[in-house]
Write a protein that binds this ligand. Sequence first.
Ligand code: FAD
Ligand code: UDP
Length: 363
Amino acid sequence: MYDYLIVGAGITGCVLAEQLAHLGRKIIIVERRNHVGGNAYDEYDQYGILVHRYGPHIFRTNSKQIWEYLSRFTEWHLYQHQVRAYVDGITVPFPVNLDTVNLLFNFQLTSEEMRLYLEQVRQKAGIHEIKNARDMAISMVGEELYEKFFKYYTQKQWGLWPEELEPEVTARIPVRFNRDPRYFTERYQGIPRFGYTFMLQRMLDHANIHLLLKTDFKQIIEMIRFKRMIYTGPIDAFFDSVYGALPYRSLVFEYQTLPVEYYQEAATVNYPNDYDFTRISEFKHLTGQIHPWTTIAREYPTSSGEPYYPIPTAANQELYIRYKNEADKLDSVHFVGRLAQYRYFSMDQVIHQAFLCLNEILK
Ligand code: FAD
Ligand code: UDP
């Protein structure tokens, strides 16, 4: 008899399993894939290079509590993420900063002059109310930079125009008036020194945790006895999509290993306007691994395949709410995580959600 059946061994499931096991609860955690880690899974490829199998993952948080919690299971490679964008035939820093504007337009603006410049272009765009991801981006960088950096990247990534997406999609990307080239400015940032998979395996290494890989929970639910369930899979799949399937965006990763030490100047280079892929990531920049060769991954967005991104539109949110109303009726099942809450959460945000769920459970 288990106290909890946890569905999914991604970060959310692993954090909850670890916390509950230490409180003496008996856990069975069931994972459909053949590995733990969910979309944060990493492994060594056939050349011995550590790669992220579901896209580049950079951990960042402003929460000291979350950083210290993970630090119990891993040391860190203190990496600060940098992204360049290939625009008009050159690569420039992204998010847009002072260097981006100066390089692209051959200006020599100071921070104050860039502020005035953006002030003018924003006024010219005349966005008074932010209704969607286009309004959000234009209200930050004006029409011209929006066209160069956001419009076509967003269309490629989501298969939708920015007008069709909620403002939160582009609100993730700041604009900077200084030369700070970092993608994120959270206080704590890094990559687990021995990888995400190793860190998460350490979390599950407890006598009270029984892990079952390559198993859909629906295959075994009648065969085991448990008191409560924590579900971290797609919420619509739990209810057999009775109201219709919630749309997710997927990606195809094209890996390539090259006999050179480095392929590109930064961990990620975005291609908003060229090619069918959105970005190329080079893992050694992220992990700090020393190796004579290098592995890169190109990301091609698709509408079918593994559910990677909940798609933030108003209609999808409405459909999600119908499932959430059903979920709220089930007292003994907790729905938590990126797929179960149908939210574009980063890793620190799902850990925060897992802690909230734990508080709820222990009330
Ligand atoms: P998941 O990782 O999706 O785990 C859910 C697990 O449940 C999966 O392993 C799945 O196989 C399993 N499952 C589903 N249904 C069943 C079932 N019926 N039976 C058994 N098992 C089931 N976040 C960051 O903080 N930084 C980043 O740089 C970053 N980059 C990203 C890049 C990409 C391309 C993507 C897709 C995401 C990125 N994220 C990033 C987000 C991050 O991946 C998620 O926030 C986090 O992994 C979500 O964890 P989770 O446990 O909620 O969900
Ligand atoms: N985005 C863009 N151009 C870029 C990078 C991002 O238009 O060069 C937009 C796009 O809509 C993307 C969103 O900003 O989906 C969030 O970008 P982020 O890099 O955070 O996406 P993720 O890493 O989650 O795929």
